[in-house]
Design a protein around this ligand. Structure first.
Ligand SMILES: O=C(O)c1[nH]c(=O)[nH]c(=O)c1Cl
Length: 308
């Protein structure tokens, strides 16, 4: 059984990545990822021009069926992560970047264009936890404007991290915008924004910022994640790869993401629950399923979801 996958020309031993934001903020965490078996590639915490503290604690809360977070984009800043990805990597690495405004995104990507970094970058258009800021990718016109300006100067590999969409018309509209640009990939989904969890015993919310509203992840978002992977795979140019993120807790979930068309699959909440050993378990479970079904490689079943 062969789990090898491709990341923009780099061969990976497995299709599994960490979800940006989970165990990827500090040098120690990034080095842990670099040494994690069955993790095929890694993504950094989304970097902003200046380092950020993020939102006040509590800002992450584990739930029986997933998680809720309002981290607020805490990160060590663009310069730190640029230095990190410029070092030679033990494991293929995607640099994730974010901005609090379209202007900042342009500034950051102009710096990146001028830098020595030639590797893959992912522009996060979907952070749901910045107080007062909308998730840019819910504004199709604004997204088109930003990408149009970015691709007027940016010539290196670039993908985008998308929020979940919930209306087939929205899948059509975002795909129409994205298909205009030479993107390496879309990563779908980011957390389901602005959920709310109530601690009934204490009669209060569980995270501090935004009155307790935060991004949802884990098992509860799997159906939404699979729908977004499938819908975007069906609509995007074949040249644009799809990284599936959201709701993965078992090898069967990884199989389902790939069956829906995912080229690679990221895992976030389950790493928070289980630790980095989760990748060995997911890889083993995926191999078991493939063997039982008579599949040798991921290409044997990728995108082959059957309809009734
Ligand atoms: O609050 C965060 O840092 C955060 N949390 C998320 O669930 N998705 C994101 O893209 C970001 Cl940037």
């Amino acid at each position: 059984i062969d789990l090898s996958a491709d990341l923009f020309g780099q061969s990976l031993q497995s299709p599994l990545l960490n979800a940006s934001g989970v165990h990827c903020q500090t040098k120690e965490e990034l080095n842990d990822l670099a040494n994690t078996s069955n993790l095929g590639a890694m993504v950094t915490k989304s970097a902003t021009l200046q380092a950020r503290e993020g939102n006040p604690n509590p800002r992450y809360h584990d739930l029986a069926n997933g998680s809720i977070n309002s981290m607020g984009l805490p990160n060590l800043g663009y310069d730190f992560y640029l230095d990190y990805v410029l070092e030679d990597q033990q494991k293929p690495t995607i640099l994730s970047v974010a901005a609090l405004s379209a202007a900042d995104a342009i500034t950051l990507l102009k710096k990146l264009q001028a830098s020595d970094y030639q590797g893959p970058t992912e522009l996060n258009l979907s952070c749901p936890n910045i107080v007062g800021e909308p998730q840019l990718a819910y504004d199709f016109e604004a997204t088109d404007q930003v990408l149009s300006e970015v691709f007027s100067f940016y010539t290196k590999p670039l993908g985008v991290k998308l929020p979940p969409y919930f209306d087939l018309v929205h899948f059509d509209q975002i795909a129409k915008v994205l298909n205009k640009y030479p993107l390496t990939h879309v990563n779908t989904i980011n957390s389901v924004g602005n959920g709310l969890w109530v601690d009934v015993e204490k009669e209060q919310v569980v995270t501090k910022a935004k009155g307790g509203f935060g991004g949802l992840g884990g098992a509860m978002v799997l159906p939404t994640a699979l729908a977004n992977v499938r819908a975007l795979r069906q609509r995007l140019n074949p040249s644009i790869k799809v990284l599936g993120t959201g709701g993965v807790t078992t090898g069967a979930d990884v199989f389902a993401h790939i069956l829906c068309g995912a080229d690679l699959v990221s895992v976030g909440t389950q790493v928070m629950k289980e630790g980095l050993g989760v990748y060995d378990r997911l890889a083993a479970e995926l191999k078991e399923i493939m063997a039982a079904k008579g599949y040798q490689t991921l290409d044997d079943f990728r995108g082959q979801l059957k309809e009734l």
